[in-house]
Design a protein around this ligand. Structure first.
Ligand code: NAP
Length: 254
């Protein structure tokens, strides 16, 4: 992968303080992008941005709840002021949910969709004007491998992530003529703080090691696996790839 592909680009990574988002933010900065790290927790976002700067990259921490459009708009403006118009957006912030379908309240349902699906909608709307003006843009939406076949006790989560897949495909068609690509990566079993929290709560149906042993490549995915795929999709050379579901799952979903 040519590292110079993202040089000088302005990128925003949501949920960039932990797990997959942190790995993506570090990778894009390594590839030369100036990165806005959007995350709920101001201290965690600052720690991530500081880590990137210590590695020689450019990063700005921006505390943002992706469910809050006004905060997103302010955050995008902050990143634009610091680094120039936004060319790359990675919608990664997400919440998981494990609950029997009949126990899911409307409030729980709406809260999860507000982050995973509506948050993606808001962030796309907030940055697209910059991309349209530049006639160049790259959006990568992190969905979930659970959208391939469904997942019991995760109906709200899978519905939200399936919405992200549909949003991705439709946006790709609408904005392809403007030089903007939109793709989705559905990660499959990545070893992150979210995964370890779920392991500790007994929600995974086995340990991380057990799932790794069932995975065709015989390991759990790493956040860096998703970062590598993202780095390619946001590069110039991926300009003919849009509207795609780019699975990164060790062969778990074929
Ligand atoms: P993670 O370690 O929990 O990281 C997610 C980050 O997003 C956290 O820093 C979290 O902040 C932040 N966040 C949550 N809600 C937010 C909001 N409303 N606004 C801004 N930031 C918010 O999780 P991960 O495993 O890296 O997951 C990243 C994405 O990949 C998620 O969308 C997840 O659904 C998806 N995914 C992961 C896997 C996997 O195997 N790990 C598989 C499929 C899909 P707090 O820590 O403060 O809550």
């Amino acid at each position: 992968m040519a590292a110079e592909n993202s040089t000088g680009r302005t990128a925003i990574v949501t949920g960039g303080a932990s797990g997959i988002g942190l790995a993506i933010a570090r990778r894009l900065a390594h590839d030369g992008a100036n990165v806005g790290v959007f995350d709920l927790d101001a201290d965690a976002a600052e720690a991530a941005a500081a880590k990137i700067r210590a590695e020689g990259g450019a990063a700005l921490a921006v505390p943002v709840d992706v469910a809050d459009r006004a905060r997103i708009d302010r955050g995008v403006a902050q990143v634009r002021d610091a680094y120039g118009p936004v060319g790359i957006l990675v919608n990664n912030a997400g919440r998981e949910g494990f609950q029997a379908f009949l126990d899911i309240t409307e409030e729980t349902w709406e809260n999860l969709l507000r982050v995973n699906l509506t948050g993606t909608f808001h962030c796309c709307q907030a940055v697209l004007p910059d991309m349209i003006a530049a006639r160049w843009g790259r959006i990568v939406n992190i969905s979930s491998s659970s959208t391939h076949g469904g997942q019991p006790f995760m109906t709200h989560y899978v519905a939200s992530k399936s919405g992200v897949v549909g949003l991705t495909k439709s946006l790709a068609l609408e904005f392809g003529p403007k030089g903007i690509t939109v793709n989705t990566i559905p990660p499959g079993f990545i070893d992150t703080p979210m995964t370890r929290r779920n392991e500790a709560k007994g929600l995974l149906g086995g340990t991380v090691d057990h799932h790794a042993s069932l995975t065709p490549v015989r390991r759990a995915g790493l956040p860096e696996d998703i970062a590598a795929a993202t780095a390619f999709l946001v590069s110039d050379e991926a300009g003919y790839i849009t509207g795609q579901i780019f699975g990164v799952n060790g062969g778990r979903n074929t």
